[in-house]
Design a protein around this ligand. Sequence first.
Ligand code: HEC
Ligand code: HEC
Length: 204
Amino acid sequence: MMKKISLITAAVLLLNINLTSAEIIGDAKKGKTLSATCAACHGIDGNSPNAQWPKLAGQHLNYIVKQLQDFKSGARENAIMNGMAATLSEQDMYDLASYYSSEAIKGGTTKADLVELGEKIYRAGDKEIGVPACMACHGPAGKGNPSAMYPALAGQHSAYIANQMLLFQTDKRANDKNTVMRTIAKLMTQEQIEAVSSYLQGLR
Ligand code: HEC
Ligand code: HEC
């Protein structure tokens, strides 16, 4: 009996070792080279110059990889990005993510008249209509949480954030696990979305 159990343990250990050695490691230098095709939209260092295109600088490696996998599989729909991700290998995705996550995001500003409402939604939510505090997952400084796959939001373009909230609200972006963001976005008013998006653009 003991022998059987230790054999099983050994098999499980071996399996774990195999899983670990199969893990892909990103190479930021290769990622930088690959990013030449992305730079026109996302900026040379991942600080996109256009508010419709997200900044990737400083975003978590595993979140970037998940988004690229989702664009490739079609789980996240966007005509431009579905095309861009189609030819990327898993290794390319890790290399690109490694590069962008190692760059520093350049933040923006919050519209003065939206600070109060934006901060309230971000830090406390709206209990009356059931909106949770964004901070609970995205962190007090908007840095997210890589181990839970919660993306960083601080410094992101407000137009991009507001658009993603709208896409979640209308089920056009549907790659959020357990419909977490779709559920939250559907509870929110347009005014709340605009305020929290502007607040996040200026958060650092
Ligand atoms: C022609 C412009 C364009 C090019 C080139 C482009 N992207 Fe994008 N990218 C976009 C747009 C627009 C979005 C937002 C899509 C949406 O609304 O869902 C996006 C979204 C993303 C996201 C999701 C970010 C997030 O915060 O969820 C990642 C990651 C990404 N792009 C990586 C890349 C990489 C890597 C390349 C190069 C291989 C690339 N993109 C090339 C326009 C572009
Ligand atoms: C229970 C945890 C949780 C809470 C609370 C939460 N989020 Fe999220 N959020 C997530 C997860 C998980 C994702 C990543 C979805 C995916 O995998 O594509 C996400 C993604 C996002 C994105 C997309 C980011 C990008 O780069 O494309 C935005 C924008 C966002 N959240 C805004 C908010 C706002 C605003 C609030 C508060 C009103 C909020 N979130 C509250 C978990 C949460």
